[in-house]
Write a protein that binds this ligand. Structure first.
Ligand code: ZN
Length: 58
């Protein structure tokens, strides 16, 4: 089992339908919505990267 990083649900790794492979990790999602959210967050994090002291809390 793997944990969906977005909603925290347990995801069956075998035959998982919603996965995202990064450089050194594979993420598993319960649904395409969670995967899209994660990809969006990832893109935002890279695009708007700023030093830690200027990152505003969510
Ligand atoms: Zn999910």
């Amino acid at each position: 089992m793997a944990l969906d990083p977005i909603c925290g649900m347990e995801v069956q790794v075998a035959g998982a339908r919603h996965t995202l492979r990064q450089k050194n990790a594979t993420y598993y999602f319960c649904c395409s919505g969670c995967k899209e959210k994660f990809e969006r967050d990832l893109t935002l994090a890279v695009d708007s990267w700023a030093p830690p002291d200027s990152v505003s809390p969510r």
